[in-house]
Design a protein around this ligand. Structure first.
Ligand code: NAD
Ligand code: UGA
Length: 462
């Protein structure tokens, strides 16, 4: 193992999750001159990072980890030792929605962040730059700075905001070629100096013009706003998908037509059964809570509706299934193709599949879940329905004897299945509900399926 003295900087990341692991692996792979350590309170997670069975599935991640692990990238549970030696500490612990007390259901739960800050103060013996990597409410950095700098050891902490914009499934590509990196710093001499240190780290592989600097509050708010805008586009197109189903318009054609307007742009306009993922809902509700706190009721309501439309879309999907399957799905077998919240990840946090499964179970359907990566997480999400749900990774087996298939995740695998073979083994009439609009609907109809895409006319034989 290399001696730490040969490194020009010692960087630490607290929190070895979906953000901490990939971002630090990217920095370490790009910058062999730095020692990068990632710590976590969860020893199983750290053990997995030190193995070839990484704790998260992310295309290309293992290759990047292998470049640097043991050279200048270290995963450890020795949190205190790592804090003491680091000059720059990224904090990427989880910031879930609060489930108790004031702001329950909306505000961010900052207990993990604050515990981390207090631990940093307790252990540190030298000045440090603390980088908010977690997504946090506006003005959290100020609160953290107060906790950190209320020490009597004469140590100074500079708190920067450096939100992460990577998306799961494309994390390594996003880290390699980010649209931008944002670094918010206090507008003081020491704040600027700390900002320069972080700029220098990213400038090892990111062109300078893509590294934006701002004040801390703009940086914190930009992260919440970026997620709110992205989610808003999905809710906008999903709201239009409902109207398309009533009017014989086709949501894909509408999305294409509006997306070719350069001012609108064509990305994030795919109608779906709803957006999922650990952050969109959480961050919008956090924004809503902040607006409410400042008395901006109309602004809060505006953003809250983005989440309301998302819930409506999931509900609508199940209502369509129920209506067209002769108003009863009790006892009928329904195969879900996909459980991850998007393709190329095993992550199921806030996946629309969770709500859809629960609605289907309320109607007493027999749900069979199929997914190439997400079954372990699905089992945890649905632990309370153990006896009512079955899991089969193979989609052919999952669909055997089923009355309906619902495509929940846009995995490529589902586009290329032998649907003649699947149809033969299903109950008739056989239904397909394409919650991602990824299948060849005309072809499925010709095979004999009754096809219900999102936001376009159904193709049915009755
Ligand atoms: P995660 O739950 O996967 O990882 C957080 C990790 O922090 C966990 O492994 C947990 O054990 C660890 N942790 C908690 N408290 C700790 C402590 N006191 N000391 C050491 N470790 C501790 O979460 P994530 O998805 O990586 O998200 C982290 C933050 O990044 C959140 O604020 C999230 O909003 C934000 N974010 C996430 C994504 C994403 O794609 N998942 C993208 C951008 C931003
Ligand atoms: C999102 C943002 O894209 C990232 O920039 C951000 O860093 C991250 O949240 C975060 O803060 O956690 P992620 O949730 O990983 O990333 O994935 P997205 O690609 O944004 O997809 C989110 C959800 O929207 C998925 O369920 C996806 O299927 C859905 N989606 C996306 C649609 O339904 N339609 C679309 O057109 C695009």
């Amino acid at each position: 193992m290399a001696q730490s003295s040969q490194f020009s900087r010692k960087i630490l990341c607290i929190g070895a999750g979906y953000v901490g692991g990939p971002t630090m692996a990217a920095i370490a792979a790009k910058c062999p001159q730095y020692k990068v350590t990632v710590v976590d309170i969860n020893p199983e997670r750290i053990a997995a990072w030190n193995s070839d069975e990484l704790p998260i599935f992310e295309p290309g991640l293992l290759d990047v980890v292998k470049i640097a692990r043991g050279r200048n990238l270290f995963f450890s549970t020795e949190i205190d030792t790592a804090i003491e030696e680091a000059e720059v500490i990224f904090v990427s612990v989880n910031t879930p929605t609060k489930t108790f007390g004031a702001g329950a259901g909306k505000a961010a739960d900052l207990q993990y962040w604050e515990k981390t800050a207090r631990n940093i103060v307790r252990v540190s013996t030298t000045d440090k730059i603390i980088v908010e990597k977690s997504t946090l409410p506006v003005r959290t950095a100020r609160a953290m700075e107060r906790i950190l700098n209320a020490n009597d050891k004469g140590i100074h902490f500079e708190v920067l905001s450096n939100p992460e914009f990577l998306a799961e499934g494309t994390a390594m590509e996003d880290l390699d070629h980010p649209d931008r990196v944002l670094i918010g710093a206090p507008e003081t001499e020491s704040g600027k100096k700390a900002q320069d240190v972080l700029v220098e780290i990213y400038a090892n592989w990111i062109p300078r013009e893509r590294i934006l600097t701002s004040n801390v509050w703009s940086s914190e708010l930009s992260k919440l706003t970026a997620n709110a805008f992205l989610a808003q586009r999905i809710s906008s197109i999903n709201s239009i998908s409902a109207l398309c189903e009533k009017t014989e318009a086709n949501v894909n054609e509408v999305a294409r037509a509006i997306g070719m307007d350069g001012r609108i742009g064509n990305r994030f306009l795919k109608a779906s059964v709803g957006f999922g993922g650990s952050c969109f809902k959480k961050d919008i509700l956090n924004l809503v809570y902040i607006c409410e706190k400042y008395g901006l009721t109309e602004v809060a309501q505006y953003w809250e509706n983005v989440v309301a439309i998302n819930d409506y879309q999931k509900q609508r999907f199940v209502e369509t299934m129920l209506r067209v399957m002769f108003n009863t799905i009790a006892g009928k077998k329904i195969a879900l193709f996909g459980f991850a919240f998007k393709a190329d990840t095993g992550d199921t946090r806030e996946s629309p599949s969770i709500d859809v499964t629960r609605h289907l179970l309320e109607e007493r359907a027999q749900v069979v879940i199929s997914d190439p990566e997400a079954i372990p997480n699905a089992k945890k999400d649905l632990a309370d329905c153990e006896t009512e749900v079955t899991y089969m990774e193979d989609p052919y087996t999952a669909a055997e004897g089923a009355h309906a298939i619902a495509v929940m995740t846009e995995w490529d695998l589902y586009k290329n299945l032998d649907y003649d073979r699947i149809f033969d083994k299903m109950e008739k009439p056989a239904f397909i509900f394409d919650g991602r609009n990824i299948l060849d609907h005309q072809k499925l109809y010709e095979i004999g399926f009754n096809v219900f895409p999102l936001g376009t006319m159904a193709l049915k034989h009755f």
